[in-house]
Design a protein around this ligand. Sequence first.
Ligand code: COI
Length: 356
Amino acid sequence: MNEIPENELKLKPKNDGELGFGTIFTDHMFQMRWSAETGEWNSAQIKKYEPFLISPAAIVLHYGIEIFEGLKAYHTENGDIQLFRPQKNIERLNNSAERMVMPKVDPEFILGAIKKLVRLEKEWVPHTFGTSLYIRPTMIGIDEFIGVHPAEDVLFYIILSPVGAYYATGFAPVDILVESEYIRAAPGGTGAAKTGGNYAASLLAAEEAKKKGYTQVLWLDAKERKYVEEVGTMNMMFVMDDEVVTSPLTGSILPGVTRDSVIQILKDWDIKVSERMITINEVIEAAKSGKLKEAFGTGTAAVITPVGCLNYKDNDYIIGGNKDKVGELTQKLYDYLTSIQYGKKEDPYGWIVKID
Ligand code: COI
């Protein structure tokens, strides 16, 4: 590892309360290279976080040949630092790699690299509940070639960012606009892969929704604009009387790690949880009749985010009778999940990986 001279180390944020999301980066990064010629990863190293040079013709810049992940390191009250289900993120990274015809990584090796990097940057892990060190593994195709083809020269790197809440409002209900014109992902497309193009394609709809005062959009299926899919930055769950409903992983939805965790927790609490196709009409009718008690999103960045209002075809539907109130189950899930992540409660699932 290249030592960074003391006077070149960055100043760490002084106040955890002022951390936003994704604007501050630590001193070091991990990186390694892959070439189709050898079919192997090489030159793995932890080095100074700094800009790198790639050709203006690099295929990532032209065709979006890239994938990424997002996971977090948490500070516990007794001073430990721990990761939440990192193996799931690495597994999903490899699934995304397959979809984007990129090389897979060795899960054990990458987990080791994440641990080593976080250990080195332990002073950057914020202490306050609700804050964490966001870990962003990224893989890009850097072949210098203006032609559409699978990456033959690949750069993989991991950067770290101390973060607070993803949404500026923190743990408070957000208003969501149901998008009935644009789509996020089509059947057979890349919706289940964590690749930049999915996010780029979401921007126009998100910007239009923001102008109307909504935080995000809820995507419907591409074919019929009938079934609920996800909210780009999070998977969605609807509490319909005593059943929690979430869309199944049809191939156009990102298989969220938090989604999977919440499903397991709900099952253990003997709460009926159904992964089933749900139409937007069913959601709206349930909102109107009062059957829709709560709605919330799940995601690594979003954690568990309550949804207070859904706008569909220019009508606002308030969820649970009060758009500013966090639902009981939403709160209970948030408390339980974060208590595992921050080491306040025993982890009965084996989800926690300590940074020793
Ligand atoms: C995450 O939840 O980690 C993501 O990658 C979503 C992104 C919008 C920050």
